[in-house]
Design a protein around this ligand. Structure first.
Ligand code: PLP
Length: 220
């Protein structure tokens, strides 16, 4: 119990420390505790330590553990950070408060329809394929202007841009590029930075960092 709380405090400290030279306020950075693969007993100590924003990457896994946890703590905010299949759009809209993986026209259509049906607008980050990697999800940079226009036309609220930089290389240039793209398109939110690089991301303007391993330890 002490462990989760002290790791949380250390990460909050690190965020505050890098905010200073970046002339940012720690309150402007949302720490998303990525709880994928971890069960309720592992999550509870973080809730007890005051953490209220959590991220999951699978709809079905989140459906299994979060309804009960949220009943006890209605102020919890749940973010979907993983790839979303269009046929899960209705379930995602029902369960999540924010979606970070809007990345293609078919999913946009499915989410807009699901939001209309549910009478609930869920803010979405548009995931950008920032390293132009064939195997990775995310909207190609060249298609971003048209895709953002389509999302606005479909009345899907845009929270900002999200990226997962290429592995095994310096992340900073990709974070800087995402920040520039967001500014070019008048978007404020920047979902970038994970356990290994959240401090760099905060220095480059991240408004949402997604941290799993550094909070929970390695995933089994
Ligand atoms: C798992 C995951 C994270 C958290 O990664 P860690 O390295 O464990 O902090 C962040 N973002 C996405 C999209 C993920 O799937």
């Amino acid at each position: 119990m002490e462990n989760a709380a002290s790791r949380l405090a250390a990460i909050r400290n690190n965020i505050a420390r890098v905010c200073k030279p970046a002339r940012r306020e720690p309150d402007d950075v949302t720490l998303i505790a990525v709880s994928k693969t971890h069960d309720a007993p592992a999550i509870q100590p973080l809730i007890d330590a005051g953490q209220r924003v959590f991220g999951e990457n699978r709809v079905q896994e989140a459906q299994g553990k979060w309804p009960a946890l949220r009943e006890a703590h209605p102020d919890i905010e749940l973010h979907l950070i993983g790839q979303l299949q269009s046929n899960k759009a209705e379930e995602a809209v029902a369960l999540f408060d924010v979606i970070h993986s809007l990345d293609r026209p078919s999913l946009l259509t499915a989410l807009a329809k699901a939001m209309d049906k549910a009478g609930k607008r869920v803010p979405c980050f548009v995931q950008v394929n920032i390293g132009d990697e064939a195997q990775k999800g995310g909207c190609p940079i060249s298609e971003l202007p048209a895709f953002l226009a389509a999302a606005r036309a479909a009345d899907v609220p845009l929270a900002g841009l999200m990226c997962i930089p290429p592995a095994d290389t310096e992340a900073a240039p990709f974070f800087a590029l995402l920040a520039k793209l967001a500014a070019d398109h008048g978007l404020e939110g920047l979902s970038m930075g994970m356990s290994g690089d959240y401090e760099t991301a905060v220095m480059l303007g991240a408004t949402h960092v997604r941290v799993g391993t550094a909070l929970f330890g390695a995933r089994g």
